[in-house]
Design a protein around this ligand. Structure first.
Ligand SMILES: NC(=O)c1ccc[n+]([C@@H]2O[C@H](COP(=O)([O-])OP(=O)(O)OC[C@H]3O[C@@H](n4cnc5c(N)ncnc54)[C@H](OP(=O)(O)O)[C@@H]3O)[C@@H](O)[C@H]2O)c1
Length: 281
């Protein structure tokens, strides 16, 4: 039988995941703001988080990092035997495990998707903690494959999640910021403008610790995804940037740096610092 996927938080990212996987899995959602879920179709809405956690096999934590502590305390009694996948910036697998009060049989994975998953052009980086097994990470790859490409972060290198959060999670917003500040019309942009945009994002990726080859692949993925998303919908670069920018999150830190005249390298470093601050709680 296909696994039941429960998503806690139906905001910008939680809703993208739910929409992309709902044709393949039974999807249950709980958001404490029921305005967010009122127009959803093909997704079962739960009235409270405990009802969701009790029946779901896989639980995706899609709340903002600052909402984790209280949410984890509400679900900790019901998570034994479940696979938990957190998409939050800066919340480590240890933080989740500790705040669930060391449950037995829980397997924890971290995922860092991006909003380009909305049109299947996203990038998701996955990190398996030692509590999870190979089957779990293969399953997570399949699940997030519905949003675009997936990459694995080597076991024991969870720190890398802060770098990919800055580059891949925030990258589409940085790309939008550049499009806005250079008044680029993505419907009519020249090959030269696109090349410049990729080169700009690549500089950011390298500043975030990617090698040249991977940095270029990711930069191309982000630029292509942003252009596609903007050209296929009525969304503006400003709207897309705002959907990616959570309050006090990593993207906000990167955009503040750019607004203050700093370079892309410095903006990525600011986002990494914010991710590290979040991981310290
Ligand atoms: N946006 C992105 O591009 C992106 C990319 C990668 C990863 N992420 C990560 O994804 C997470 C969500 O980001 P987002 O941009 O989707 O945020 P968002 O739009 O604010 O969505 C989060 C939703 O969760 C709800 N919520 C908060 N506490 C809850 C609880 N205890 N139970 C159920 N629902 C709860 C919020 O309600 P209220 O609004 O009422 O608080 C909100 O509707 C963050 O941790 C972020 O780091 C985001």
């Amino acid at each position: 039988m296909e696994k039941m996927i429960g998503i806690i938080g139906f905001g910008n990212m939680g809703s993208v995941i739910a929409e992309r996987i709902k044709s393949k899995y039974k999807v249950l959602v709980f958001d404490k703001d029921n305005e967010k879920t009122k127009d959803s179709r093909g997704i079962e809405i739960k009235d409270n988080v405990v009802d969701l956690v009790k029946v779901a096999d896989v639980i995706i934590l899609a709340m903002k990092p600052q909402d984790f502590e209280s949410a984890l305390s509400e679900i900790r009694e019901y998570v034994d035997g479940k696979l938990i996948i957190s998409i939050a910036a800066g919340r480590t697998t240890k933080y989740i495990y500790d705040n669930l009060l060391y449950p037995t049989g829980v397997r924890i994975i971290r995922a860092m998707p991006n909003l380009l998953g909305r049109i299947g052009k996203g990038a998701t980086f996955l990190y398996k903690s030692s509590s999870a097994n190979e089957k779990d990470i293969v399953f997570a790859e399949k699940l997030f494959g519905a949003l675009g490409r997936t990459w694995r972060i080597e076991e024991g290198k969870e720190d890398r999640m802060d770098f990919v959060t800055a580059v891949s999670g925030s990258g589409p917003a940085i790309c939008c910021y550049r499009i806005e500040s250079q008044s680029i019309d993505t419907h009519k942009m020249s090959a030269e403008q696109k090349k410049d945009l990729i080169a700009y994002l690549k500089e950011g990726a390298i500043a975030g610790g990617f090698n040249k080859k991977d940095g270029e692949a990711l930069a191309e993925n982000i630029v292509e995804g942003v252009i596609n998303l903007l050209n296929l919908s009525s969304i503006t670069p400003q709207m897309l940037r705002e959907q990616i920018t959570s309050k006090r999150g990593t993207t906000e830190a990167a955009l503040e740096a750019l607004n203050n005249g700093f370079s892309i390298e410095e903006a990525i470093q600011a986002a990494i610092r914010r991710a590290k601050e979040l991981s310290r709680g």
